[in-house]
Design a protein around this ligand. Structure first.
Ligand SMILES: O=C([O-])C(=O)C[C@H](O)[C@@H](O)C(=O)[O-]
Ligand SMILES: [Mg+2]
Length: 424
């Protein structure tokens, strides 16, 4: 690269990895022994390599690979053209299926999902090229640390046939409170989310009440991933009046959520019925949700997630942040985005405490009082550990998992399991 010239993309490396994941339960089944991710490295003629992280289902990997070829030669500052090239690839190879999102979220835009890790990698390159952290490219940090919530799960003691993990079984309110206690003690979280939709609604109400008694000052959330009817949702919402800061996706669809929103006292949040830009207008018109959970992995990257936050602000909706099982590159991107989004006023979700390994060099991301200080180094501020990347890739090759399938894994142990929406 000559002085003043933009870094140009010379090559893209996409590496699928697998990392150990506990047997966490949700409405569609149970997490498999490994969570899958793709690590995207975008190389340039100027030196800096950019990092991105995303899902790793086979179809998604194929699309990432096709985009990797399509963007060689692109100026690393040209994120709009990146989006156009991804659109071109998806027009060519097709955009149906392959969400990598358990089947819970199926309507997100394929173009946005596929573009996201490349956009993050380009921002990482840009930051490194000009010596500024990614949050500065998004308007600058409005907070120096980003608060996250303790993300609790009902869970089995371990994967069947394997050693129990250090968290142990959690299937009742006492065990959920104990799980919360460990997370709050270890990380200092100041908000708590319970993944519901697993036990009958009355039991999940009891778990939330037990959490309220144990943590009188922590904002609480419950997310059953749309397995309740509108009637049950209203019953639970009213029973937890004054206890929940928001109720997340109690029931499926914009109409269903709107019907519940009219009858319950707390805001409704979603990462299921509004997961793409074309779903915002109908949701606003129906007043279906009061908080949208952004997620740069399916909203098209960091700049488009900021666009989402602006739209939410305009229409008086709050913004929070969703997570799936992820590694450090994703956490860094989430932190930069949240730092530069003034109206992201809720603690963000993260699966971070559930993982025991990573692809980044230790130490760049730490939790203090439940919040991650925004890295000040150029770009995302995280560095890839090549040995760890090779180890987790080898794990991917050996583990045999290729697509996330919580339902299929659950059916190995309970063949009658049905993941139906609105089943309670
Ligand atoms: O808020 C949510 O819906 C999620 O975090 C979705 C995830 O897939 C979660 O249910 C999980 O990890 O099982
Ligand atoms: Mg959710």
């Amino acid at each position: 690269m000559s002085d003043g010239a933009a870094p140009r993309i010379t090559d893209v490396t996409i590496t699928p990895v697998a990392f150990h994941d506990p047997a966490l339960l949700n409405s569609v089944g149970v997490h498999e022994p490994f969570a899958l991710r793709s690590i995207v490295q975008v190389h340039t003629d100027a030196g800096p390599t950019g990092l991105g992280e995303t899902y790793a289902d086979e179809l998604h990997l194929e699309r990432l690979t096709a985009v990797g070829h399509e963007i060689v030669g692109l100026d690393a500052f040209a994120t709009e053209e990146l989006h156009q090239r991804v659109q071109r690839v998806i027009d060519r190879v097709g955009g149906a299926g392959g969400s990598g999102l358990t089947g819970m979220i199926t309507t997100s835009s394929t173009v946005d999902r596929v573009a996201s890790p490349f956009e993050v990698a380009l921002l990482d390159i840009q930051g490194k090229a000009i010596g500024r952290p990614v949050c500065d490219l998004l308007g600058g940090a409005v907070r120096s640390a980003v608060p996250f919530s303790a993300y609790l799960f009902y869970k089995w003691a371990g994967h069947p046939g394997r050693e129990p993990d250090s968290w142990g079984e959690a299937l009742d309110p006492d065990a959920i409170v104990a799980q919360a206690r460990r997370m709050v003690d270890d990380y200092g979280f100041t908000a708590i989310k319970l993944k519901g939709g697993v036990r009958p609604p009355e039991e999940e109400i009891e778990a939330i009440r037990a959490l309220r008694r144990a943590f009188p000052d922590h904002p609480l959330r419950l997310d059953p991933n749309a397995v309740w009817t509108t009637r049950t949702s209203v019953k639970v919402g009213r029973a937890l009046d004054g206890v929940l800061e928001y109720l997340e996706d109690p029931t499926p669809g914009i109409e269903g959520m709107a019907a519940v929103a009219r009858e319950v006292p707390m805001p409704l949040a979603t990462n299921m019925c509004v997961v793409a830009f074309d779903e915002l207008a109908p949701a606003v018109a129906a007043d279906a949700v009061q908080v949208v959970l952004s997620d740069h992995h399916y909203w098209g990257g960091l700049r488009r997630s900021k666009l989402l936050s602006g739209i939410c602000d305009t229409f008086g909706m709050g913004v929070s942040m969703h997570s799936n099982s992820h590694l450090g590159i994703s956490l860094a991107a989430m932190v930069h985005l949240a730092a530069a989004t003034p109206n992201l006023s809720y603690a963000c979700d993260t699966h971070w405490p559930w993982k025991t390994e990573d692809v980044i060099v230790d130490g760049a991301l730490t939790f203090t009082d439940g919040a991650v200080p925004v890295p000040g180094a150029p770009g995302l501020g995280v560095e890839l550990d090549p040995d760890a990347l090779a180890r987790l890739h080898e794990q991917y090759v050996r583990c045999g998992q290729r697509n996330r399938d919580d339902t299929g894994y659950m059916r190995r142990f309970d063949p009658s399991f049905q993941p139906d929406l609105a089943r309670w």
